[in-house]
Design a protein around this ligand. Structure first.
Ligand code: NDP
Length: 307
């Protein structure tokens, strides 16, 4: 029987693990499909306080993991396949193991939707990005493309004009899903050029590990062409990793877990931290902060239910 199990090992999960371990709760961290979460897919992180020269995302994750281990957190690799939160102790199944726990912290994160083309995967972190706040700074004075037609794409395109010489907003339809206010703001920005209806078929150049141009296809005419660019920001939405909890935990229409009073879910003893419950800020530091809150609340919950 565990006192606390943490699902997910990104910024939120690892911070929860550090706090829970220091509180002597011997947390078990189940790593998940993407150990280390989204930070392990980025390069330099320049906005995490405490690192004046920046720190590599994977290094920040590795350091946090070591820090949690130092205080006694245990890690198990493998993804969780089911949970039963209908009675206590809660049960969590990962691979062939079934774990029982008195409290649960869900920090399974969200995954950025990708276009699904091979070259995009190879160039992620080398000119292809899913996070303007993280990587925009590297594109000062460059021409870049933002893909998507929702609010995220408008927001990222607008934000990126602070750095880029020109932002091309490329969308697969002529109509936009974005709200009028966000769309109007992007339209009014002189640095943003709209290109529709297009999809990206290929990002070059995988061999040089940098983005130089993209092959695009007009979805009306099927005619393909190439445009030069230094970066591609994929802004086609995120999916929270919450399928496991459907029918058990309250979530909004996009699948984000609904929390109240900080990290509390609708089930007492079950807490949520990081991108699994936050589609608004989505920053490493806010995820870490909510991981800390979840661990503190788990400790208080266990204290109240002791004996
Ligand atoms: P959305 O699901 O709203 O939009 C995704 C966009 O990406 C759509 O235009 C969609 O095209 C396009 N898309 C999806 N898959 C592909 C693909 N494979 N290839 C090409 N294009 C694709 O996601 P967002 O992240 O933009 O927004 C999510 C939620 O968060 C929304 O409710 C939004 O309002 C909210 N939000 C609010 C903000 C704010 O108020 N400041 C900022 C950011 C988000 P298509 O339209 O053709 O399906």
């Amino acid at each position: 029987m565990h006192k606390v199990i943490i699902i997910g090992s990104g910024c939120a999960g690892l911070t929860a693990a550090i706090y829970a371990a220091r509180a002597d709760l011997h947390p078990l961290v189940l790593d998940g499909y993407e150990p280390g979460g989204q930070l392990s897919l980025t390069t330099m992180v320049e906005n995490f306080p405490g690192f004046p020269d920046g720190i590599l995302g994977p290094e920040l994750i590795e350091n946090s993991r070591k820090q949690a281990q130092r205080f006694g957190a245990e890690f198990q690799s493998g993804a969780v396949t089911s949970v039963d939160l209908s009675r206590t102790p809660f049960t969590v199944v990962a691979g062939k193991e079934t774990y029982e726990t008195q409290s649960l912290i869900i920090a399974a994160g969200a995954s950025a939707r990708m276009l699904g083309i091979e070259s995009e995967r190879h160039l992620l972190g080398h000119g292809v990005s899913t996070c303007a706040t993280c990587d925009g700074f590297f594109f000062r004075g460059k021409d870049i493309i933002v893909v998507g037609g929702g609010d995220t794409a408008m927001e990222e395109a607008t934000f990126l004009t602070k750095f880029a010489k020109k932002v091309t907003l490329l969308h697969r339809r002529n109509e936009f899903r974005a709200t009028k206010i966000m769309l109007d703001r992007a339209h009014a920005n002189e640095k943003i050029e709209f290109l529709t209806p297009y999809v990206i078929e290929e990002v070059h150049d995988v061999n040089s590990k940098s983005v130089e141009k993209v092959r695009i296809r007009n979805t009306d005419t099927n005619v393909t062409s190439e445009i030069e660019t230094s970066g591609v920001f994929v802004a086609i939405g995120h999916d929270p990793n919450t399928k496991l909890f459907k029918g058990q935990l309250a979530m909004d229409e996009n699948g984000y877990l609904i929390t109240h009073d900080g990290p509390k879910t609708n089930i007492e003893g079950v807490f949520a931290a990081g991108d699994v419950q936050d589609h608004h800020y989505r920053q490493a530091i806010t995820a870490a902060g909510s991981g800390c809150m979840a661990a503190i609340e788990a400790e208080r919950f266990l204290e109240r239910h002791r004996g």
